[in-house]
Design a protein around this ligand. Structure first.
Ligand SMILES: Cc1cc2nc3c(=O)[nH]c(=O)nc-3n(C[C@H](O)[C@H](O)[C@H](O)COP(=O)(O)O)c2cc1C
Length: 221
C-alpha cells in the first residue's frame, strides 16, 4: 500500500506546530563550535532529554548508497566527536569505503538540530582500551558475543552465543577485542539550527577554512 490513508493524514496534520523555544544569533553564538555544541548539549540534558548524546551517524557504502543509524556520542577528543562500535559492522565497512560521514542531533525539547560533516578516523588504541574498561561486564561480554550486522537465524542462538562467552570468560577480566573500538569524526562543517516562529528558523553554520579558523555564516531557513 502506498497511498496516504485518512488516518495518516489526521496524525500528520495533528503535529503541525510553531517553534518558539529560543533563538540563535551571530552575536551570542560561541566562536568555537565545540564550545557551542557543549553548551547546547548541556541545555538538552538539563532540559530533560535522556538521549541527548544519541546521534544519527550517516555513512555511504561502496555503491554510494547512504545509510543511517543511531550511535552514542562518548566524548569530544582527538579532534572530534567520538563513538564506539564493532570494526566489522556494516557502518565500519562503509567508513572503510568512504572515510567521510555525518552526524545529526535533534533535541526536540529545545527545538534544536545540529548537523556535522567531516572525516572519520579510528580512535587511538589507548582511548578505545580506556573506554572499553569502563563498560559494564555484561556489555563487554556482549561485545565478544555479537558479530554486529551479521545475519543470525534466531534470538535463541544469540542468547546461546552470549551464554557461551559468559562461561568462557568466567568472571575473568575481559580485554577489548580487536574488532571493537572507537572512531572520531573530525568536523569540517557544523550547523546549529534553532526553530523559530513562522518557519523563520535560525541557522548558523561553521565551516573550517584552510587557515584552521572557523568561518561563521547564517543560512536561510
Ligand atoms: C539509542 C541508541 C544508541 C545506540 N548506540 C550505539 C553505539 O553507541 N554503537 C553502536 O555500534 N550501535 C549503537 N546503536 C545501534 C545502532 O543504531 C545500529 O543498530 C548498530 O550499530 C548496527 O549498525 P550497522 O549495521 O549500520 O553497523 C544504538 C542504537 C540506538 C537506538
Amino acid at each position: 500500500m502506498n497511498t496516504t490513508t485518512p488516518l495518516l493524514n489526521t496524525i500528520l496534520d495533528g503535529i503541525r506546530k510553531d517553534y518558539t523555544k529560543g533563538n540563535l544569533n551571530e552575536d551570542t553564538v560561541n566562536e568555537d563550535p565545540f564550545q557551542q555544541f557543549e553548551f547546547w548539549l548541556k541545555e538538552a540534558i538539563d532540559g530533560g532529554n535522556h538521549h541527548a548524546n544519541a546521534m544519527t551517524l550517516s555513512t555511504v557504502d561502496s555503491a554510494l548508497q547512504p545509510d543511517s543509524r543511531v550511535v552514542l556520542l562518548k566524548d569530544i577528543s582527538e579532534g572530534g566527536f567520538t563513538f564506539f562500535t564493532n570494526y566489522t559492522s556494516k557502518k565500519a565497512h562503509d567508513m572503510v569505503s568512504h572515510p567521510k560521514a555525518s552526524l545529526l542531533f535533534f533535541w526536540s525539547e529545545m527545538e534544536r538540530q545540529i548537523r556535522i560533516q567531516g572525516v572519520i578516523k579510528r580512535l587511538s588504541e589507548k582511548a578505545s582500551d580506556e573506554y572499553f574498561e569502563t563498560r559494564p561486564y555484561e556489555s563487554k561480554v556482549g561485545a565478544l558475543a555479537s558479530k554486529q550486522s551479521q545475519k543470525i537465524a534466531s534470538r535463541a542462538i544469540l542468547e546461546e552465543l552470549y551464554a557461551e562467552k559468559l562461561k568462557e570468560v568466567e568472571n575473568k577480566s575481559i580485554v577489548r577485542p580487536a574488532n571493537w573500538g572507537g572512531y572520531v569524526l573530525i568536523p569540517s562543517k557544523i550547523e546549529f539550527w534553532q526553530g523559530r516562529p513562522s518557519r523563520l528558523h535560525d541557522r548558523i553554520c561553521f565551516t573550517l577554512q584552510q587557515n584552521k579558523i572557523w568561518q561563521i555564516e547564517r543560512l536561510m531557513p
